[in-house]
Design a protein around this ligand. Structure first.
Ligand SMILES: Cc1ncc(COP(=O)(O)O)c(C=O)c1O
Length: 281
């Protein structure tokens, strides 16, 4: 059999060897429970919190706005259900696009069964939504716009800043599924008026089953999993493996070196993606 040429990096990526090397000590040496109070466990809890800080800095958020999850699907489900269930008294209309990942589309279908009304925006031949159509679809009872940052099949990058601007203007929450965008294109929650953002590590050479949901402080967030105090009481469960985030983060953004200045990170991301978003062919 010939050598395998793997071309399906949108489905998942190979774990980067540097990530593997860096994460191994957290399985074998620093295996303490990050929630334990003794010194031995502090190495792993520090790694979790370092990862939270780095990720927050990367997307222009506060560390307290980052919730580690079990991947992109969980983050998408949580985001949509948070807004739908918590803000139902304000309205029951949600806007999304027809080309979202199933993690969003099937959650919308579930919410429709719960009585929510969902508008599925169409896209043009490049797979881009129309901002005027978005504006026209907003109603007094609209509570959420959920539009993905980059599409998993065709790579289309949506005008996230423009969507965020409209959402802000109309006082509607904006969630973006950034699973295919995080680590590839600069994303800044503050500048782009993003209220919730989902991401997943295995799309950018990190481990599977690890993700995060960014939730702006002003959004009311009910717990997803009840139990321990992890993730500030919102998602209980021992944070095993969460420290791994730091490692793939370092590789993807900083070529193996930790850097916490956002302009350096953005420059590196731009170098890696130069020419991708303005290709005409
Ligand atoms: C755009 C998008 N959203 C969500 C997901 C789900 O992410 P995960 O596999 O981490 O659950 C994927 C994965 O294919 C995706 O491409």
């Amino acid at each position: 059999m010939g050598q395998l040429v793997y071309l399906d990096n949108a489905a998942t990526t190979q774990l980067h060897p540097d990530v593997w090397k860096e994460m191994t000590p957290y399985f074998t040496e620093f295996y303490g429970n990050p929630s334990s109070i003794y010194r031995f466990a502090q190495t792993s809890s520090q790694a979790v919190e370092n990862a939270r800080e780095e990720i927050a800095a990367m997307i222009g958020a506060k560390p307290s706005e980052i919730y580690f999850t079990g991947g992109g699907s969980e983050s998408d489900n949580w985001a949509l259900k948070i807004i739908a269930e918590t803000y139902r008294s304000k309205g029951n209309h949600i806007i999304t696009s027809s080309i979202e990942h199933h993690a969003v589309l099937h959650t919308c279908q579930y919410l429709e069964k719960q009585g929510f009304d969902v508008t599925y925006l169409s896209v043009n031949e490049q797979g881009i939504i129309d901002l005027d159509q978005l504006k026209q679809s907003i109603r007094p009872d609209t509570i959420l716009i959920s539009i993905m940052a980059a599409n998993n099949e065709i790579g289309t990058i949506q005008p996230i800043a423009g969507i965020g601007q409209i959402a802000k203007e109309f006082g509607v929450f904006f969630h973006t599924d950034a699973v295919q965008a995080f680590g590839h294109i600069p994303l800044n929650a503050e500048e782009m008026n993003i209220d919730l953002m989902s991401a997943s590590a295995h799309k950018i050479h990190g481990p599977k089953g690890v993700g995060f949901l960014y939730v702006r402080t002003s959004v009311k967030l009910p717990p997803l999993i009840h139990g321990g105090a992890q993730e500030r009481g919102k998602r209980a469960g021992t944070q095993s493996g969460r420290s791994l985030w730091e490692l793939w983060y370092c590789w993807i953004c900083c070529s193996g070196k930790t850097c916490s200045r956002s302009h350096e990170r953005d420059d590196r991301i731009r170098e890696r993606t130069a020419g991708l978003s303005d290709r005409k062919d």
